[in-house]
Ligand binder design. Structure first.
Ligand code: FAD
Length: 375
């Protein structure tokens, strides 16, 4: 690269971050016929992302709408049921109903597949662009400078760079779910079943085992530690010793354990300012009880794409379109975030133990698995 001009990337829309939120926004802009979109990420792809990689029925529905589910499904492991361990130590096996699609797709594959779909729709991708300094002119966000000095300038910026984003507006203290996880090959598990363990040691959150393929699983814990008193590795080791010691004894670990926060909020926004709209986990749109964020990221990306399409086709002002975007996110996500809050309170009671005790009854089984999949 030579002069400054060459180092400036120009586009109508620049999306910072190519996780599920950013790629969904890019794909949907393409589906709507919006061109001149650039997607920039701090990494080159395929890349890993610390994540359980679970896809809920609502996430799969969104992937269908983005016309990418077929390809994701080829790489995903299909889930047919849930092994549930309650706070009181009861165990229940809950088969998913035939109509309920659940899957696990390694994030390395999911995000890369979505990026490929965006490229097919003429979205440009710029790798290794670590956004650092917003370019603001007369109060309007007009671009972003990367650590290496490159710049992107655009009519509209979409902020999609996840939990650690510094480009957000809401400076209220955000809530955090702490996590630590690892990957293994050769852990025995019931074919097609993922596992959620609501153990007291991680109350009011849970530990999990998600199968990524017939041979490979990820195991992790989510926990609440706002004052950072707990040692993540010690807590995880105790959890593994209690629940998985026998099953991982002969398994092969893959890579190192990884920790990563999940950021969430019970109030959303503000999610925009002139020139800037915030989507996905950067906007704190993750589920407070389960930590689910792939669906919310993609869905908010789609809403943002629709807002941008409306602005670019001069149907509405940017302020009206982005305000509507913010309202749509609130209406779509907040009911389930409040349900997540209620579920966390419910875990203080023996309700889940009672339900699991009755889980031999098919109606209770159905109710439990429906309830758990829709919180
Ligand atoms: C341990 C763990 C387990 C989880 N399990 C699940 C699960 O099973 N199912 C589920 O639905 N959700 C799960 N989540 C939540 C989910 O991973 C996130 O909520 C989701 O990835 C958010 O998507 P996003 O696109 O907003 O952000 P991200 O997926 O975080 O993507 C952000 C992108 O921005 C890029 N980026 C970051 N900073 C910059 C920068 N400065 N400049 C340019 N690019 C940048 C990153 O490289 C990345 O590609 C889990 C999270 C954790 C931590």
């Amino acid at each position: 690269m030579g002069d400054t001009e060459k180092q400036t990337i120009r586009a109508t829309i620049a999306i910072i971050g190519a996780g599920p939120a950013g790629t969904a926004a890019a794909i949907h802009l393409g589906q709507l016929g919006v061109r001149d979109v650039v997607l920039l990420d701090a990494h080159d792809f395929p890349r890993d992302k610390t994540c359980g990689s679970g896809l809920s029925p609502r996430a799969i529905e969104v992937l269908r709408g983005l016309e990418v589910w077929g390809r994701v499904a080829d790489r995903a492991y299909r889930i047919r049921g849930l092994r549930l361990v309650t706070p009181g130590g009861r165990e229940a096996y809950l088969p998913a109903s035939d109509e309920m699609d659940v899957a696990v797709c390694l994030r390395r594959d999911l995000d890369y597949t979505m990026l490929q779909r965006a490229l097919e729709l003429d979205v440009r991708f710029v790798a290794n662009f670590r956004a650092h300094t917003p370019l603001v002119e007369n109060g309007r966000w007009v671009g972003m400078r990367a650590r290496d000095g490159r710049e992107v300038r655009a009519e509209h910026l979409v902020i999609a760079n996840g939990a650690h984003s510094k480009f957000i507006i809401n400076d209220e203290p955000t809530h955090e779910i702490n996590t630590i996880m690892g990957w293994w090959r050769g852990v025995p598990f019931q074919d097609g079943y993922l596992e959620m363990l609501f153990d007291q040691m991680v109350h009011p959150l849970y530990g999990w085992l998600f199968p990524e393929s017939a041979e490979r699983v990820n195991i992790g814990i989510t926990y609440h530690d706002p004052e950072k008193r707990l040692k993540a590795r010690d807590l995880f080791q105790r959890f593994l010793d209690k629940h998985y010691a026998a099953r991982i004894a002969n398994a092969t670990p893959i890579g190192k354990w990884q920790g990563h926060p999940i950021r969430f909020a019970y109030t959303l926004g503000p999610l925009w300012s002139p020139g800037r709209v915030i989507i996905g986990e950067a906007g704190r749109m993750t589920h407070p009880a389960t930590g689910e964020g792939i669906y919310q990221g993609m869905q908010s990306g789609i809403f943002a794409a629709e807002a941008l399409d409306a602005v670019l086709h001069r149907r509405v002002s940017e302020a009206a379109a982005f305000s509507r975007y913010e309202n749509r996110c609130r209406l779509r996500f907040l009911p389930s975030f409040y349900a997540g809050w209620a579920f966390r309170q419910l875990l203080r009671t023996p309700a889940l133990d009672w339900a699991a005790a009755l889980a031999a009854n098919p109606a209770v089984q159905r109710g439990l698995s429906l309830g758990l999949s829709s919180i």
